[in-house]
Ligand binder design. Structure first.
Ligand code: C2E
Ligand code: CA
Ligand code: CA
Length: 273
């Protein structure tokens, strides 16, 4: 969080420069399928690398940019980058992974905000199956009618959508009933809360996974840092994990190297058959 007013003013004064002078970068955090033993997707996460201050965490500037509206520009910048990178991979013969992108709640004030996203996908020839939109619980609660329409548009275009930070808000269960999300991202708080991953957390995680399975939803467990939790999730048949245990968010070049490696291994497997 930002500590004082001077810091807020400082960040806000530098936001446009950051965009113009290439200080904003998209990092990727891989998601692991622990049953297939492969990378099955990634999340695009913004980083601000200031020439003097170094890396500034999104936890510092995203809440500010949500307030002053700059987050809309930033999200579209991140998305264009994602599209360019997927397109580059395809041109280089690499099979891309599906990338999920964070959609800020500010977008919802603009009814047709998805048109900009779809336009970019068309511009860079990105097949819709490679994009997933992450929407958060808070965004959902405030805008329920618009949200039904947004999810329809996402599906109609051929993309998927996930509910981010599931379990961190209040109306989670109702949301599962009202909205047609493809993926449920289980919030990190279950695994790294104040009491750690204790028995109570385990029981809740167990029930949520069971519920998602019953509803035929894909679950992604976020913020997993150790082997014990991985083993627990395996036992509970939660296939997809995103957390430092498998991979931290990394710059595009490192991400691309991993995706390329897997893409080549899969092609070799097919050729060997
Ligand atoms: P998020 O969408 O919930 O993203 C997951 C955050 O958890 C990331 O933090 C990621 O680095 C962190 N994380 C993942 N696994 C672990 C783990 O095992 N241990 C720990 N300690 N942390 C883990 P990050 O990158 O700092 O992003 C923070 C938040 O900033 C994101 O939370 C998201 O709400 C927002 N954000 C990041 N990039 C964007 C963006 O391009 N647009 C918008 N609107 N928001 C963004
Ligand atoms: Ca997210
Ligand atoms: Ca999350």
């Amino acid at each position: 969080m930002v500590k004082n007013d001077a810091e807020i003013v400082d960040i806000e004064q530098r936001q446009d420069v950051a965009l113009k002078e290439n200080q904003l970068h998209v990092f990727y955090q891989l998601k692991r399928n622990i049953f297939k033993d492969n990378w099955c997707g990634s999340e695009a996460l913004i980083r601000w690398i200031d020439p003097i201050k170094g890396m500034i965490s999104p936890g510092k500037f995203i809440p500010l940019f949500e307030k002053n509206g700059f987050v809309i520009k930033l999200d579209l910048f991140a998305f264009e980058n994602v599209c360019k990178n997927i397109s580059r991979m395809i041109d280089d013969g690499i099979t891309p992974l599906r990338v999920s992108v964070n959609v800020s709640r500010s977008h919802l004030m603009h009814k047709n905000f998805l048109d900009e996203y779809f336009k970019l996908m068309k511009k860079y020839n990105v097949p819709p199956k490679y994009i997933e939109f992450e929407l958060t619980e808070s965004l959902v609660m405030e805008n329920s009618e618009i949200l039904v329409e947004i999810i329809n548009q996402i599906h109609k275009f051929g993309c998927t959508c996930s509910i981010d930070d599931f379990g961190s808000g209040y109306s989670s269960l109702n949301m599962l009933k009202e909205f047609d999300f493809d993926v449920i991202k289980l919030d990190q708080v279950f695994f790294r809360g104040s009491n750690g991953f204790d028995d109570k957390a385990k029981k809740i995680v167990h029930s949520v996974i069971e519920l998602c399975h019953t509803l035929n939803k894909t679950i992604v467990a976020e913020g997993v840092e150790n082997k014990e939790i991985v083993n627990y999730l395996k036992k509970e048949k939660c296939a997809i994990i995103q957390g430092y245990y498998f991979s931290k968010p990394v710059p595009y070049e490192d991400y691309m190297t991993q995706v390329k490696k897997q893409s080549e291994e899969e092609k070799n497997k097919i050729n060997d058959k």
